[in-house]
Design a protein around this ligand. Structure first.
Ligand code: ARG
Length: 477
């Protein structure tokens, strides 16, 4: 009978079954199946063009691989693979090809090691997921910018907080622009990862030092969409850098989403009442009939932790490994895949949940000046009149304390008192939120014209990043 393992000739005894099971990554890496098939087809190109196998064998391998691809697409491959004792998805595909094309199948692995196969397959997976993540992040930016434009027109305001304490009045559009700016950086990060993933193709590096067979590496790399074959086999087979970059980008995207989610969760409380979540994005309590919980945003808020953990585990696995392939690298695959798959699910959910937020314009705007959020503007007016910043701060702070004691906002009497105390003539100290916002002058401020400029510029930058492949994957979303 045929040896079902991909090795074994030099052994006299079969491997211990429990250890064989322990060594299997099949449960973790089945998601790589479609990418391994493409990678294997590229290897057929390298073998065919290098005239290492004849045309008939190459055609038979291609046909068998097309069968496997179909099985994968239809979901049958996974159920079959799970009944095998294969070490990994790569071995499972090799075995399936030999089922379909027994004679030709025995030649598929010519000049190939699982080391270059795994490295290449992983890069194809990374490129694919980075492109998908870029598309999701672009959608998030687009949504935030469009919502910001709408709220800019509606002039919705709120009190920005620092330390969660009332700080200064801002436009809701400004807050949304801040989210868009953060997610634009996320888009850029994924864009770079997708580009880096397909630079150097490891396929044809063999186990560690290259091959004595005349593999057509350039053609194989081009077939897969890489820029060029990798330059140093020893590096290529053990390099997981771009995969870690993807995980870092996923973690950063989720941190961004997590921070926005935190604010939405708090804003959805009756005490704030700044947002109302649509029923479609809310959940109830099994005990308390009145409850209306913002679960999707809470789950997104926590999702970054898993992505950070997976990245940390992968980095930890790599640290201290000598150059070349070591079985430890199999573990990085598990962390990369689980971190990425779970992370992208959370990112998709965040994109899905955002449109369900209904901003309560009235309530936000009426609270925008509460908590003495215009105090800084009054101090600025004093500085404008020539007073040193410390004296201005002190003078306004004194009146804030008095107003607080009297249980009221700052008003015209405070301005008069401050003017008397400082012997300054105060012009245009805004006492309401709208005036405060309108008075902002600096580039990047919350003044409507600056917010409008920021949004326009974010739109331009996003458009410059969007590539044709983004649009393709958008339709499959
Ligand atoms: N199961 C291994 C992995 O997924 C395959 C590579 C094995 N290479 C080796 N030289 N034993 O990483």
């Amino acid at each position: 009978m045929k040896n079902e393992l991909q090795w074994g000739g030099r052994f006299n005894a079969a491997p211990d079954e429990a250890l064989l099971r322990f060594g299997s990554s099949l449960n973790d890496d089945l998601v790589l199946a479609p990418f391994d098939v493409i990678c294997s087809r590229a290897h057929v190109v390298a073998l065919r063009n290098g005239t290492i196998i004849d045309e008939a064998t190459a055609d038979a391998l291609d046909t068998a691989l097309a069968h496997v691809a179909k099985e994968i697409a239809e979901g049958d491959f996974t159920s079959w693979a799970e009944t095998t004792d294969c070490e990994d998805v790569h071995g499972a595909i090799d075995r399936r090809v030999r089922d379909y094309a027994p004679a030709a199948g025995d030649r598929l692995h010519s000049g190939r090691s699982r080391n270059d196969q795994v490295a290449t397959t992983l890069l194809l997976y990374v490129a694919d997921r980075a492109r998908e993540a870029e598309t999701i992040a672009s959608r998030i930016v687009q949504h935030l910018v469009a919502t910001a434009e709408r709220e800019l027109a509606a002039k919705t305001m709120l009190a920005a907080t620092t330390h969660w304490q009332p700080a200064q009045p801002i436009l809701l559009a400004f807050w949304l622009a801040a989210g868009a700016e953060g997610f634009l950086r996320v888009v850029r990060r994924f864009h770079r990862v997708a580009e880096d993933a397909i630079r150097f193709c490891p396929l044809g590096s063999g186990a560690v030092s290259g091959s004595t067979l005349p593999l057509a590496r350039r053609e194989a790399a081009a077939y897969l969409g890489f820029t060029a074959p990798s330059r140093v086999a020893l590096d290529a087979i053990g390099n997981r850098d771009v995969a870690c970059d993807l995980m870092h980008a996923v973690a950063r995207a989720l941190i961004e989403a997590s921070r926005i989610s935190e604010e939405i969760v708090i804003w959805a409380t009756p005490a704030f009442g700044y947002v109302r979540l649509d029923d479609a994005a809310s959940t109830g309590s099994s005990l308390m009939p009145q409850k209306r919980n913002p679960d999707p945003f809470e789950l997104v808020r926590s999702s970054a932790a898993g992505a950070i953990g997976a990245l940390t585990a992968a980095l930890g696995t790599l640290s201290g490994l000598a150059l070349s392939y070591h079985r430890d690298l199999q573990e990085t695959k598990a962390h990369i895949i689980s971190g990425t798959e779970r992370g992208l699910a959370a990112l998709r959910a965040f994109a899905q949940a955002l449109p369900y937020i209904d901003f309560q314009r009235e309530r936000m705007s009426t609270h925008a000046a509460q908590g003495y959020t215009v105090a800084t503007d009054v101090a600025d007016a004093l500085i404008g009149a020539g007073l040193p910043a410390r004296a201005a701060h002190e003078a306004v702070g004194t009146r804030v304390a008095i107003a607080e004691q009297e249980g009221r906002d700052l008003n015209a009497s405070d301005i008069t008192a401050i003017a008397d105390a400082t012997t300054c003539t105060i012009h245009g100290a805004p006492l309401d939120a709208a005036a405060s916002i309108a008075a902002k002058r600096t580039i990047g401020s919350t003044a409507p014209e600056h917010v409008a400029k920021a949004l326009a510029s974010i739109r331009v930058e996003l458009a410059s990043l969007e590539s044709p492949c983004n649009h393709e994957s958008e339709t499959t979303d």
